[in-house]
Ligand binder design. Structure first.
Ligand SMILES: NC(=O)c1ccc[n+]([C@@H]2O[C@H](COP(=O)([O-])OP(=O)(O)OC[C@H]3O[C@@H](n4cnc5c(N)ncnc54)[C@H](OP(=O)(O)O)[C@@H]3O)[C@@H](O)[C@H]2O)c1
Length: 274
């Protein structure tokens, strides 16, 4: 369904693990793996990498069957700190290699988002990570990274849902050969389940509104990372390959987008996370 620019396939839907923690968190992640998820998205700042590793082992799946992605935090953008952060993630997850390592936020006021990316390339050279990605990088950040390193991230994980469909970033990513991953793909607390564009497509197809939104992502070439702690919803969120939306339905959902549609003001030009 999705592929990286080297042709490697990625699952159509990944599993968002924030804020699943503790024993309940492990159970929820095990049930996600049992439901068929094969891509788990975590981060140092989710404080659940230990649980992600435990869930993988408890599922009985082989390490090679599940892709693990983690993110270095803003406080670790300096080269040595970034490398140390990846080493600590591997230890917490208890694995030899990450499939995808991302810089979590660019934090432009620190001005080290290129250095952090270079450090992840170094981790790739050392075999600690397979692919290097970014999260919340803007077009300017991506072009700076490309100019400095000759490389773009394989994927950029950005806020993307019907209220904030990221039309321009999708075009930038396409131009640069970057896969778009969507965080808060359902729109979290502002999910547009009752919006006519979503509800009417759900009524026509017999799918749930959440499934319609996830299918909308796929039809735009975006890999969504929905989180659910509920086994039934986990299964439903994965079960969208047989759902077909018309081009008109896809366009109507995209048209729900608003310039101020971000969920919490997470504009990466101004919002920074350490
Ligand atoms: N890179 C970043 O900066 C960044 C930022 C935010 C998030 N993320 C990633 O993105 C992932 C997902 O984002 P998110 O959790 O903010 O938003 P989301 O996946 O859009 O929404 C999650 C919420 O929707 C509910 N839900 C899930 N499936 C549903 C369904 N089928 N019907 C109705 N409700 C449903 C969940 O409740 P239940 O659990 O009760 O089902 C939960 O409250 C995170 O886990 C994290 O991995 C990344």
């Amino acid at each position: 369904m999705h592929s990286l620019r080297d042709g490697s396939p990625l699952p159509h839907v990944g599993f968002g693990t924030y804020p699943l923690r503790g024993e309940d968190g492990v159970s929820a992640m095990v049930s996600a793996l049992e439901a068929g998820y094969r891509y788990l998205d975590t981060a140092v700042n989710y404080e659940n990498e230990v649980e992600v590793g435990q869930a993988l082992r408890r599922s009985g799946l082989d390490r090679s069957e599940v892709m693990l992605a983690s993110k270095i935090p803003g406080r670790a953008h300096a080269r040595d700190e970034a490398v140390a952060s990846i080493e600590a993630s591997l230890q917490a997850l208890d694995v030899d290699r990450l499939d995808v390592a991302l810089v979590h936020w660019p934090n432009p006021s620190q001005g080290r988002y290129v250095e952090a990316f270079e450090a992840l390339l170094e981790c790739r050279e050392r075999g600690l990570v397979r692919w290097v990605g970014t999260s919340n990088y803007t077009e300017a950040h991506l072009r700076e990274v490309l100019a400095a390193t000759g490389e773009s991230p394989v994927l950029n994980q950005v806020e993307c849902h019907p209220l904030f469909p990221q039309q321009e970033m999708l075009d930038v990513h396409r131009e640069l050969g970057i896969l778009t991953q969507a965080w808060s793909p359902l729109g979290k607390r502002q999910a547009q389940y009752d919006a006519p564009a979503v509800a009417e497509a759900a009524a026509r197809t017999g799918a749930t509104p959440a499934q319609v939104i996830l299918r909308w992502h796929l039809d735009r070439g975006v890999m969504p990372l929905p989180k659910s702690g509920t086994p039934e919803r986990q299964r439903a969120n994965l079960d969208v390959l047989d759902l077909h939306l018309t081009e008109v339905e896809v366009a109507a959902i995209t048209a729900l987008g608003r310039p101020d549609g971000r969920l919490f003001g997470g504009d990466p030009e101004t919002h920074e996370e350490m």
